[in-house]
Design a protein around this ligand. Structure first.
Ligand code: ATR
Length: 266
């Protein structure tokens, strides 16, 4: 029997994770099976328990269950605790280990795939929801010159920044005349056709604009192109957070380049 893993979400049918992990398993010769598992909106914990009872070894968790997975975990990694959310569960006996590989995935995509060093850079993170919170600790660990969290609702940016020494918070309108080397969009404005506000900061020469959303020409990316920045979407982050979860479960890191290339060409 191959070891069983799932990605749990609602909705889940269009998840790319089963394809990504199947490619990882094939390239590393791991005997495992990875499937998409739909949980009812009010039935996440029951779905996890059923999967564990059936012999499941681990699960990725996606929208809208990451905070619930955090609460369900009996033990948390430091990065999951900082994120306040869990995207990777490992089941060992009665223990449910909660981890969060999103931030590590972002940092690895920036460094290894896009060749962008974060150390010494002026970094702007747009948004103060779960997606933003999940990447702050790994970004700070790279020692940027500054990390500014800016959000439409100022209070949320201030509250989030105050939880992370080395990080400052402000409203979007406080960005006028500021200059950044790396700008990461962690708002949900690009999803469902939502429109980003007009952003008034400047991109430094050679700056990168990174949207965590993938496969969409978002308003954020269009504004960045007009401002002369290089752009990237979040497909690399998706693949790298999966590779990091695979490493947690299987103890080895798969080669991500062919997987990313396969997804890009699909
Ligand atoms: P997630 O878990 O994806 O981060 P979330 O917690 O609902 O989702 O957070 C969504 C983020 O996108 C918030 O920072 C939100 O700003 P507010 O706190 O002001 O609501 C931001 N956001 C969503 N739509 C936006 C828009 N049209 N313009 C600017 N920010 C937007």
């Amino acid at each position: 029997m191959p070891d069983r893993y799932v990605v749990i979400g609602n909705p889940i049918a269009h998840s790319k994770s089963p394809r990504i992990h199947a490619l990882f398993a094939a390239s590393t010769g791991q005997d495992m099976r990875y499937e998409a598992l739909l949980a009812p909106l009010d039935g996440f914990a029951a779905t996890v328990r059923e999967f564990v009872a059936a012999g499941g070894r681990g699960a990725n968790v996606t929208v809208p269950f990451k905070e619930e997975a955090f609460r369900l975990s009996t033990r948390l990694s430091d990065r999951a605790r900082a994120a306040g959310a869990v995207n990777t569960l490992t089941f060992t006996g009665a223990e449910i280990l909660g981890d969060n590989t999103d931030g590590a995935g972002l940092v690895r995509d920036l460094r290894a795939n896009l060749g962008v060093a974060i150390a010494g850079k002026r970094v702007l993170l747009l948004g103060a929801g779960g997606a933003a919170r999940g990447v702050i600790l790994p970004l700070l660990a790279e020692h940027p010159a500054e990390l500014t969290v800016a959000n439409r609702t100022v209070d949320k940016a201030l509250a989030l920044a105050s939880a992370f020494p080395g990080c400052t918070g402000c409203g979007l309108d406080a960005l006028d005349s500021r200059v950044f080397d790396l700008v990461i969009n962690a708002t949900s404005a690009g999803l469902a056709g939502g429109v980003s506000p007009r952003l008034t900061f400047a991109y430094a020469p050679g700056a990168l604009a990174y949207d965590m959303v993938y496969g969409q020409d978002t308003d954020f990316l269009r504004q960045a192109v007009a401002a002369g920045a290089t752009t990237a979407d979040g497909l690399g982050m998706l693949v790298e957070q999966a590779a990091e979860a695979f490493l947690v479960w299987r103890g080895l890191r798969p080669d991500t380049a062919p997987v990313l290339a396969a997804l890009r060409s699909a």
